[in-house]
Design a protein around this ligand. Structure first.
Ligand SMILES: [Mg+2]
Length: 376
């Protein structure tokens, strides 16, 4: 029997070309067993303080993990939840720590079994997923940005794109109703009739209900697939009013931490596409609980995977187990945590992304890359 022998943390900070070069942080966790096997996990901590705090959380439970049987990973997940009863109830920094630990344990368990993660989860229902480019817009010209996004579809093998609004850069979308609708028109023109186009409001923008209705009805004319977080998560009255007036899907949920939060968020029936990040919502074990609710409620599960190749590989495996998944998001432009971190980066090929078939999560972070981008 294998026994867990070591738990190590690797906080990183890296420039993200898909976010105007902004510095973003992640926490990687490596769990090793006494027979030389190892598994990797990641928490999408994003900010330096959250990353440092998550590292402390992981180290604080190290003694509970070392010496345990990695095959009993879900039992360990429950034990860790119980340990954090006071400071980790239904989310927060401890959920980041739990997520990274849990993903590393699933990876380790799958490698010890000689199986891809997806097989350990019950098996893939599809061998690939439709893939879209998940992006931000930077250029002041709407025409330039529309053409750039069109090329993701016509030249780069993506089936569409999702653009975050209210982000860095000079495009300033999400602030003027008429200009936003014109952008959507240009996007549709550039990407063609079959491309999936999604728009994501972004926390820094506030829409009135009237503005949101006018804007999304305008987007609907050009066949918007979904509008993401048009309002803050608890604004269900606005969401209900918007939903009655528009035809696209409504997406949300990515800021929830656990299945109880998701159940509350889905209770009013206003969210069609449920964003969930394995690096935030309790790892694979937590996300499986959310996926079960999404399937039961006949909504769509969408991995919030805008992070490293570890997060993406796990997300694809998880999504491949369900028939309630529309697509997989990928950051389209070459970036350190997807393209430098692993030997074989995850790519869009002919509009789809393959489910990893290697042992475990199918990717292994390069130690020298983690060292190069170490958060000091
Ligand atoms: Mg989002």
């Amino acid at each position: 029997m294998s026994v867990i022998s070591a738990v190590d943390v690797f906080p990183v900070q890296y420039p993200e070309p898909n976010d105007s070069g902004a510095l973003r942080c992640l926490l990687f966790v490596r769990i090793r067993s006494d027979d030389g096997a190892e598994g990797w996990g990641e928490a999408v901590t994003m900010f330096p303080g959250a990353t440092a705090a998550t590292a402390i959380m992981v180290e604080s439970v190290r003694e509970l993990i070392v010496g345990r049987d990695p095959r009993a990973n879900v039992a360990l997940w429950h034990d860790l939840q119980a340990e954090a009863w006071w400071y980790g109830h239904r989310g927060g920094i401890f959920s980041f720590a739990l997520s990274a630990i849990d993903v590393a344990l699933w990876d380790l368990k799958a490698r010890l079994a000689g199986l891809p993660l997806v097989d350990l989860l019950g098996g893939a229902r599809v061998d690939s997923l439709p893939v879209i480019a998940s992006t931000h817009a930077f250029d002041p010209s709407l025409e330039v940005e529309a053409e750039r996004h069109g090329r993701y579809v016509t030249e780069r093998g993506f089936q569409g794109f999702k653009i975050g609004m209210g982000k860095r850069g000079e495009t300033h979308i999400g602030y003027e109703v008429g200009r936003d609708i014109e952008f959507m028109r240009l996007l549709r023109e550039a990407a063609g009739p079959d491309a999936m186009i999604m728009l994501d409001r972004g926390k820094k923008i506030t829409w009135t209900l009237d503005d949101a209705i006018a804007r999304v009805r305008g987007f609907d004319q050009y066949d918007l697939k979904w509008i993401e977080e048009p309002f803050e998560p608890d604004h269900s009255d606005e969401l209900r009013a918007l939903r009655a007036q528009v035809s696209c899907l409504i997406a949300g949920g990515e800021r929830e931490w656990d299945v109880h939060g998701y159940e509350n968020a889905l209770a009013d029936g206003m969210i069609d596409v449920v964003g969930c990040d394995v690096g935030r919502a309790g790892g694979v074990t937590g996300a499986l609980q959310v996926l079960a609710v999404v399937e039961r409620e006949h909504r769509w599960f969408n991995s919030h995977a805008w992070s490293s190749a570890v997060n993406t590989a796990v997300s694809i495996a998880l999504s491949a187990t369900s028939d309630r998944v529309l697509l997989q998001e990928l950051k389209p432009d070459i970036n350190p945590m997807q393209d430098e971190l692993v030997a074989e980066p995850i790519r869009a090929v002919d509009g789809r992304v393959a489910v990893p078939t290697g042992d475990g999560i199918g990717v292994v972070p390069e130690l020298d890359v983690l060292k190069h981008y170490a958060l000091s």
